[in-house]
Design a protein around this ligand. Structure first.
Ligand SMILES: [Fe+2]
Ligand SMILES: [Fe+2]
Length: 354
């Protein structure tokens, strides 16, 4: 048996008796009937197509963004030393994480999915992570940043090295030859891997986004801020996709949603909040352009609560959002939408009309 369930399951003498309806009835996010041919109609998981269509409307490329002002500001030393360091560290981690996501979604998550419409959405998500990786490199080149200072930072910065290491290890836990989603324990582990993905996209990016938006709010590095808006808009749909994946697996295989697993996921999310606060504070030091460590802590806790609630877990912090001005950059998109029930907004290709 190859990794996951992708193999042609047909036996010609029996296949003739199978109707589309019976195939749909056996369709599940994981452990469903899968002939490997991606028959995406009719749908079992219509939310996945809705998200896929939303992703198609979000087309953009980095070349649409002007980094001219960023380049001028960077070259004229308009940013303080502390601001430059903060900018580079936020950029380094965000680009590292997008690169990791291309691989982890392809190698760890997608091979186990047995719903064609969910596979399509995750495949598009993988493309978007590639787009993000590419956009960071376009930005590095256009602004004239030293790639060594961005991509090489994790080799010199102990904090970033260990953050990347922990992130990689937590995601690749199930990437072993004996792993299968067929057992209850395996399905639980897969659900935990999906929640790890939710942590990456729904928590870890957010202190970096905040840093770029805060620069933008002070008219610093405006092209970078715009690029992050495009990336953030993509990530909102990625978060919604994974919230739906997690909640649907819970419905389809209720035996996996034990108190023990709930406690593990809650613990993982809270540990990620702590880790992100630690990282964020190390980026902003004792404060930068109006953001203090206390405000940053509150914000990450606020985001953590939102992610806990989205997958049916109790809030842990009840922290308020200390940055209401973020709405002007995201149009409430990332903080107010009920990701499980919300509808996809109408986007235009290559524009940010929120
Ligand atoms: Fe991304
Ligand atoms: Fe993403």
């Amino acid at each position: 048996m190859p990794v996951g369930n992708k193999m042609f399951q047909g036996d010609f003498t029996k296949m003739g008796k199978m109707s589309n309806q019976s195939i749909i009835n056996q369709r599940r996010i994981i452990n469903g009937y899968d002939d490997g041919l991606l028959q995406a109609s009719p749908l079992k998981h219509p939310w996945a197509r809705e998200i896929f269509k939303g992703m198609q409307k979000n087309n953009w490329v980095a070349e649409e963004i002007s980094f001219q002002k960023d380049k001028e500001q960077w070259e004229s030393n308009e940013l303080t030393e502390q601001e430059r360091t903060c900018f580079l560290r936020a950029l380094a981690f965000a680009s590292n994480l997008d690169g990791l996501l291309v691989n982890s979604l392809s190698e760890v998550i997608k091979p186990h999915l047995t719903s064609p419409e969910v596979v399509l959405a995750v495949a598009r998500q993988i493309y978007e992570e590639c787009l993000h990786v590419d956009s960071y490199s376009c930005m590095v080149e256009a602004v004239g940043l030293d790639p060594e200072e961005v991509y090489g930072l994790y080799r010199k910065d102990k904090h970033l090295f260990y953050k990347n290491k922990r992130v990689l290890e937590s995601m690749y836990k199930i990437n072993r030859p004996d792993f299968s989603t067929k057992t209850t324990e395996g399905a639980k582990e897969f659900l935990e891997a999906c929640s790890t993905n939710l942590i990456f996209e729904g928590i870890f990016f957010f202190s970096a986004f905040l840093v770029f938006y805060n620069f933008g709010r002070h008219n610093k590095m405006p092209g970078s801020k715009e690029m992050i808006q495009f990336i953030n808009r993509d990530e909102d749909l990625h978060v919604r996709l994974f919230v739906n994946i997690i909640n649907t697996i819970k419905e389809e295989q209720p035996e996996v949603w034990t108190d023990e697993l709930k406690a593990t996921l809650r613990q993982n999310i809270m540990a990620a909040v702590d880790m992100e606060i630690e990282w964020g504070v190390s980026c902003i030091g004792d404060g930068i352009l109006g953001i203090t460590p206390v405000m940053l802590t509150e914000y990450i806790q606020f985001i953590g609560d939102m992610r806990l609630e989205s997958v049916g877990l109790e809030k842990a912090y009840k922290a308020p959002n200390p940055f209401p001005w973020l709405d002007e950059f995201t149009q409430n998109n990332m903080i107010e939408t009920n990701f499980f029930e919300g509808t996809v907004r109408e986007y235009q290709s290559g524009s940010l009309e929120w």
